[in-house]
Design a protein around this ligand. Structure first.
Ligand code: AMP
Ligand code: ZN
Length: 111
């Protein structure tokens, strides 16, 4: 499958890893929108948030618990944003589920 994030998971494309376990990977965004900009992804290919099923609940919970850990490690736990763009017209460019964790600068309500 021609998926850039699957290639990162497989080690075919390099990344700056922040956290990894059997289920998920967190790495720094190559075009950061803020001083901290980390992507958290499941290792299993899910195309977008629109594809999440009830049986993915434990995985998604695990991702969000790790996002909280990562925010603490990055020192942004008091002010950060978690975003998942879903669909091309919403700005999704990589069709492997990912959560942007953005912080380290002032974040206005929607920008
Ligand atoms: P989105 O546009 O919401 O689908 O988010 C995809 C994100 O992946 C963008 O912020 C890109 O900068 C980022 N990205 C694309 N390729 C890479 C890569 N090889 N390593 C790290 N981040 C990447
Ligand atoms: Zn993938």
């Amino acid at each position: 499958m021609d998926c850039v994030f699957c290639k990162i998971i497989n080690g075919d494309i390099p990344s700056t890893k922040v956290y990894e376990d059997d289920e998920i990977l967190a790495f720094r965004d190559i075009e950061p929108a803020a001083p901290t900009h980390i992507l958290v992804i499941p290792k299993r290919h899910i195309a977008s948030a629109a594809e999440i099923k009830p049986e993915d609940g434990a995985l998604i919970g695990h991702i969000f618990a790790k996002i909280a850990d990562i925010a603490r490690l990055e020192g942004i736990e008091d002010a950060f944003r978690v975003v998942s763009n879903c669909g091309r017209d919403a700005g999704q460019t990589v069709f492997h589920l990912h959560f942007h964790v953005v912080g380290g600068r002032e974040l206005s309500k929607w920008a």
